[in-house]
Design a protein around this ligand. Structure first.
Ligand code: MG
Length: 160
């Protein structure tokens, strides 16, 4: 049995916050506003995995009104989420991601981001890919006011 999952997230970008993508701090004048560290890519990966396994979603497991998750390291939330997925007998075939932001360019950090996520998910790095896009200066993302992540994943069930 295989299943597809879809995850999407968006965070506002503001001055004075770190720009965290897949657990990697990227030098930038602006970073994600959020209850946690605001790691938009990790959040979308969590939703893709939980959705594919039919377990729930990030808002259900890590509510933004819960002080326990204030300034939380999203990589830790990702580790906890994938553990639930693995416990139910699912394994990751692959994950593909698009991060859309006007600046900075993602390419110099891509391999580091892939390695960071692969380590958290306990998968080989070739099973996860990340593409950086701009929004062609259109809408809030294009104006540099927000960053968006879109993620698909494929899971296979290895236990009956
Ligand atoms: Mg989020």
């Amino acid at each position: 049995m295989i299943r597809i999952g879809l995850g999407k997230d968006l965070h506002r970008l503001v001055e004075g916050r770190p720009f965290v993508v897949g657990g990697v701090n990227i030098p930038s004048e602006r970073g994600e506003l959020g209850h946690s560290d605001g790691d938009v890519l990790s959040h979308a990966v969590i939703d893709a995995l939980l959705g594919a396994a039919g377990i729930g979603d990030i808002g259900e497991f890590f509510p933004s009104n819960d002080l326990q998750w204030k300034d939380a390291n999203s990589i830790e939330l990702l580790k906890e989420s994938v553990e639930r997925v693995y416990q139910r007998g699912w394994r990751i075939i692959n994950i593909d991601c698009i991060l859309t932001c006007e600046s900075p360019k993602l390419l110099p950090y891509r391999q580091h981001i892939r390695e960071s996520l692969a380590t958290a998910l306990q998968i080989p790095v070739d099973r996860i890919f990340v593409k950086g896009k701009t929004n062609e200066k259109v809408d809030a993302v294009g104006a540099g006011l927000a960053v968006e992540a879109l993620v698909v994943c494929l899971l296979e069930h290895v236990q009956s």
